[in-house]
Design a binder for this molecule. Structure first.
Ligand code: GLA
Length: 428
């Protein structure tokens, strides 16, 4: 059993390092659905009529998102990834959708998605070709930005394949300007730092000024080892990347793979909890037409979504890693905290861990649970743990590769209640 001492955390919450891209978008982490991890570059609509990259896929996903509670809890963007275009630009040099798979064209698809109260995302690449070999935007930034705006697109995921790394910064910044020039609000999702890290440390000030979110680490796969490696990458680079996140711009650890084939339920809970702690975009890549009820309930959990979407918009940190437990803490508005205790051991049964509120944070002047706070457990199941003091022990039980997610809410509004007999200190 791990006690208070082993979970002692020391870190400082800093403000965002730079100004965000000033397009009024992504004030909270983006929520929606993105096709890549689940549907990849499946263009064989004869063999896979329901699962190929075609207008039908996005229309059906939009239908389900509007009908089955997804839109209601905040999932808003229906996003196309690679493999949507024709291999040739049109006579005017514009990108065009593959005519067989998108007979109505993207504008009609955008209209359809909008009619459901949702938004449409599209994909392009800063270089000569997309990662799957479709036409890239190099040399066509203004044309492509204007085409997307004309079609009524609301988000652009801009990949970084087939581009000299020394030109990445210029390319991403120029596309940002081109999008801005269209006058349409288009959320700009970049992969700039992912392609720059192998060569040099990216300039997060410049990235935040140009992009609304940015991928840092490798593509997510439908496997626990992939999710774990993204978490490890994030934790080991947190001093560099966390300060750059805030309203208007977010670190993007890639899609949620909840509801697919590779993760156990405890692992799905860990991904959901830790993506909320990381203030990550919540872009699901799964088949919403056929998803298991438990995964759906997890993805639609309003308490976790409230953490993700907290208006203060600070990303959390991994604050301790001891005895195969990790402690992740995210400061929330109104002096609240979200705390995730992640059991990394992949053998045995549930492990019990106890810690004291006072050990969660050590910032001079910060008082946790002083004199009291309310602790609520959100995962693995909702439970009011109740009133705590700085030194009372909070105990949780966590399955292998699972996560306990808690919120800590101060009760520091004090007043004195007059009674005829005595003055009594009341905490409300
Ligand atoms: C890259 C990106 C992925 C996806 C594919 C598409 O690998 O990182 O997210 O967009 O390209 O080809």
């Amino acid at each position: 059993m791990c006690t208070v001492a082993c979970l002692l955390a020391l870190f400082v919450f800093t403000s965002p390092a730079a100004h965000a891209l000033d397009n009024g978008l992504a004030l909270k982490p983006t929520m929606g659905w993105l096709h890549w991890e689940r549907f990849m570059c499946n263009i064989d609509c004869d063999k896979y009529p329901n699962n190929c990259i075609s207008e039908r896929l996005y229309m059906q996903m939009a239908d389900v998102m509007a009908k089955e509670g997804w839109k209601e809890v905040g999932y808003e963007y229906v996003c196309i990834d690679d493999c949507w275009p024709s291999h040739q630009r049109d006579a005017q040099g514009r990108l065009q959708a593959d005519p067989k798979r998108f007979p109505g064209g993207i504008k009609k698809l955008a209209d359809y998605v909008h009619s459901k109260g949702l938004k449409l995302g599209i994909y392009a690449d800063v270089g000569e070709k997309t990662c799957a070999g479709y036409p890239g935007s190099l040399g066509f930034y203004e044309t492509d930005a204007q085409t997307f705006a004309d079609w009524g697109v609301d988000l652009l995921k801009f990949d970084g394949c087939y581009m000299d790394y020394t030109l990445l910064g210029e390319g991403y910044a120029n596309m940002s300007k081109a999008l801005n020039k269209t006058g349409r609000s288009i959320l700009y999702s970049c992969e700039w730092p992912l392609y720059e890290w192998p060569f040099r440390k990216p300039n997060y000030t410049a990235i935040r000024e140009a992009c609304n979110q940015w991928r840092n680490s490798a593509d997510v796969y439908d496997s626990w080892s992939s999710v774990k490696s993204i978490l490890d990458w994030t934790a080991s680079h947190e001093d560099v990347i966390v300060p750059s996140a805030g309203p208007g711009g977010w670190n993007d650890p890639d899609m949620l793979v909840i509801g697919n084939f590779g993760l156990s339920h405890a692992q799905q809970e860990s991904q959901m909890a830790l993506w909320a702690i990381m203030a990550a975009p919540l872009l699901m890549s799964n088949d919403l037409r056929d998803i298991c009820p438990r995964s759906k309930e997890l993805l639609q959990n309003r308490y976790i979504i409230a953490i993700s979407q907290d208006p203060m918009g600070k990303q959390g940190y991994r604050t301790a890693a001891v005895d195969n437990f990790e402690l992740w803490v995210r400061p929330l508005s109104k002096d609240r905290l979200a705390v995730a205790v992640f059991n990394k051991l992949e053998i045995g049964g549930p492990r019990v861990v106890s810690f004291r509120a006072v050990s969660l944070i050590a910032v001079p002047g910060w008082k946790i649970c002083d004199p009291q706070c309310n602790v609520t457990q959100i995962l693995p199941r909702y439970k009011e743990i109740g009133v705590q003091t700085p030194h009372s022990e909070i105990t949780v039980s966590i399955n292998p590769s699972g996560t306990a997610l808690l919120t800590v809410t101060p009760r520091q509004k004090l007043y004195w209640e007059d009674t005829p007999k005595r003055h009594k200190r009341i905490i409300v």
